[in-house]
Design a protein around this ligand. Structure first.
Ligand code: URA
Length: 209
């Protein structure tokens, strides 16, 4: 899993523990998801290219770095990925936003795309794919493939909790992407929930059942 960065920063781990707790309500859960996403975005963008420009401060002229290279797009996997957008936009307000909806066919268990709206120039952008839970890894892997099919070349997956099994599948299917994740959990339950995980992310964030 050479393309995985596990972010063990104490602020992320503390906030994730709060998210995991069964008594944490939807409002706090969404706030924590946003804060963790912002911190994951900080890590994911660590290697963006810079170029030097000449500027004038109130004191003197100097050379100082600004972002260079490709613009960014954030693509969220519906519906739990919606909770990660604001954290990313806090750091990169000019990012364009895309949405992908995927469900698992109950018979074949294959991921099927039911919705896809991406920025038209996605092939010219670096992409942050927002998928907070990587359970079996099949739908995240399919989402990465959809984005690649639109021509995007540099893809960073931002995830909050992954199962070991799902992360191995994602890393092996897409060794060319960069993955930033806050926690790798031991196992999956019989219903493909992450164990210990945090339950159904979408239901907890949006107060549904
Ligand atoms: N999606 C969730 O919301 N929770 C899990 O544990 C796995 C996938």
């Amino acid at each position: 899993m050479n393309n995985l960065r596990l972010v063990e920063h104490p602020l992320i781990q503390h906030k994730l523990t709060k998210m995991r707790e069964i008594d944490t309500g939807s409002k706090e859960f969404r706030e924590l998801a946003k804060e963790i996403s912002m911190l994951l975005c900080f890590e994911a963008t660590r290697n963006l290219s810079l170029e030097n420009v000449n500027i004038i401060t109130p004191i003197a002229e100097c050379i100082s770095p600004v972002l260079a290279g490709k613009k960014l797009a954030a693509v969220c996997v519906l519906r739990s990925g919606l909770t990660m957008i604001d954290g990313v936009l806090n750091l990169i307000p000019a990012a364009k936003i895309g949405h992908i909806g995927i469900y698992r066919d109950p018979d074949t268990l294959s991921p099927i795309q039911y919705y896809c709206k991406l920025p038209p120039d996605i092939s010219e952008r670096d992409v942050l794919l927002l998928d907070p839970m990587i359970a079996t890894g099949t739908s995240t892997s399919a989402a990465v493939q959809f984005i690649k099919n639109y021509g995007a070349e540099r893809i960073h997956v931002l995830s909050i909790v992954a199962s070991m099994e799902g992360m191995k599948l994602l890393c092996n299917s897409h060794p060319d992407i960069d993955i930033v994740c806050a926690a790798l959990d031991e196992s999956l339950t019989d219903y493909a929930f992450i164990n210990p995980g945090l339950g159904d992310f979408g239901d907890r964030a949006f107060g549904t059942k």
